[in-house]
Design a protein around this ligand. Structure first.
Ligand code: ZN
Length: 338
C-alpha cells in the first residue's frame, strides 16, 4: 500500500512539472488506489474480531489518528442482518471513523435515590449512568453508551450544539439547591463516595473515547440560562488534581492576570458596555453560548454565575470580579478554542 502511494505521488509530480514546462512528453497517468473487491489474503487493517456471548468485538484499534481526532475502534460491532445476505466485516473496515461520544456531561438529579431511578428509567428523561448516594460500589447504567440518552436538552459548547447527540450523560443523586431568605441559592454537598465514583467513571470514559478536558462539563456549562447542575459543590478542582480529569487553571498564571484585574472597579465596570463586551467575548471564546452585546442582562449574569459554579465556587454571585476575571483569562490561555 505504501509503495503504491509513493508511485502515485511521483506520477502526480511528473504531471505537474510537465504542465509547467508545456512539455509534449507523454505522461503516464497514475492509477488511483482501488480497494479490491476480492478479499485480500491479509486484511487491509487486520482487525481481529473477538466473539463473546454472541456479540462480536473489534480486538484492536482500526482507526487512524491522522484522519480524525478520536478514532480508536473497539467494542461491540452492531451490524445489519439482511435476509439472504452475509455482511462481511473482517476485510473492509474504514479508517475514517470516530466515536459518537465526544463529551461527558455531569448532572445532579435533584431527587433522592429511588425517585432518581424511577424518573430516569420510566420517563422521557434519561442518562447513560446514574451515581447513587448509598456508599456502595455500584454505578447504574441506564442507556447503552452507543445510544443517545435524553439529558442535555437545548445545549451548546464551542462549535457544537444539541449535545445529546455527542455526549455521555452522568446523573448524580443530590438534592439540588434551595433558595434562602436572602434569595441566594444554597447547594448541598456531594458525598466523598459519590465523588470517587464519578471521578473513576469520568476517567474511564475520557480514556476510552479520548475525550479532551475541554469537553468534560456540567449541564449548566452547556445550558447556562436554564440549568444550575451539578452546582458549585461539585469538586471540579479535585477531579483535575487527584484524577487528571477535566479542566482547571494554573495558579501562577491566574495570579499574574489577577495583578492587573484587581486594579479595576467592577461595580463601575459592569455598567460599561465595552468592558461587558470584553468579558462576554472571553466567555464565548472559552465555550459558553453567549452573544456579546455589551449589556449586563440576565443571560450574562447567569453565564458568569455558571462559570463561577465550575471554576470559582467560593462566590457565585453572577457579578464579574477580579478573581473570576483572572481565572477566565488563565483558562482561555490554557485551553484555547481553535
Ligand atoms: Zn442536568
Amino acid at each position: 500500500m505504501r509503495n503504491s502511494l509513493s508511485v502515485i505521488s511521483l506520477g502526480l509530480l511528473i504531471i505537474s512539472c510537465g504542465t509547467q514546462k508545456k512539455s509534449h512528453t507523454a505522461v503516464v497517468k497514475p492509477t488511483l488506489p482501488q480497494v479490491s473487491l476480492v478479499k485480500p489474503e491479509v486484511p487491509l487493517h487486520k482487525p481481529r474480531i473477538r466473539h463473546e456471548g454472541g456479540v462480536e468485538f473489534f480486538k484492536e484499534n482500526i482507526g487512524d489518528i491522522t484522519k480524525n481526532d478520536n478514532t480508536a475502534s473497539y467494542g461491540s460491532i452492531v451490524s445489519a442482518n439482511p435476509a439472504g445476505y452475509k455482511v462481511v466485516k473482517t476485510f473492509f473496515p474504514a479508517v475514517g471513523q470516530n466515536f459518537r461520544q465526544r463529551y461527558i456531561i455531569l448532572h445532579y438529579t435533584a431527587l433522592d435515590d429511588d425517585k432518581s431511578v424511577n424518573v430516569l428509567t420510566q420517563q422521557s428523561v434519561s442518562s447513560h449512568y446514574l451515581v447513587n448516594d448509598l456508599g456502595d460500589n455500584e454505578i447504574y447504567q441506564l442507556v447503552d453508551e452507543n445510544k443517545r440518552a435524553y439529558h442535555a436538552g437545548i445545549s451548546a459548547w464551542r462549535k457544537d450544539k444539541m449535545l445529546n447527540d455527542t455526549s455521555i450523560g452522568i446523573e448524580i443523586v443530590n438534592a439540588g439547591y434551595k433558595t434562602d431568605a436572602g434569595g441566594m441559592k444554597v447547594f448541598p454537598e456531594y458525598s466523598e463516595a459519590q465523588v470517587k465514583k464519578v471521578a473513576a467513571l469520568v476517567k474511564d470514559l475520557a480514556n476510552r473515547y479520548m475525550i479532551p478536558p475541554t469537553n468534560v462539563l456540567g449541564h449548566s456549562d452547556i445550558a447556562p440560562t436554564r440549568k444550575q447542575d451539578p452546582g458549585p459543590k461539585f469538586p471540579w478542582k479535585k477531579l483535575y488534581t487527584d484524577y487528571q480529569v477535566g479542566m482547571w487553571y494554573d495558579e501562577s498564571v491566574k495570579d499574574n492576570f489577577y495583578m492587573t484585574a484587581v486594579l479595576e472597579d467592577y461595580t463601575l465596570q459592569m455598567t460599561v458596555p465595552s468592558f461587558l463586551f470584553k468579558i462576554q467575548t472571553a466567555l464565548r471564546d472559552f465555550g459558553y453560548d453567549i452573544n456579546p452585546n455589551g449589556l449586563y442582562d440576565d443571560a450574562t449574569k447567569k453565564t458568569i454565575e455558571t462559570f463561577q459554579y465550575h471554576f470559582r465556587p467560593e462566590n457565585y454571585s453572577g457579578m464579574m470580579d477580579a478573581e473570576t476575571w483572572a481565572i477566565l483569562q488563565a483558562l482561555n490561555l490554557k485551553y484555547p478554542n481553535k
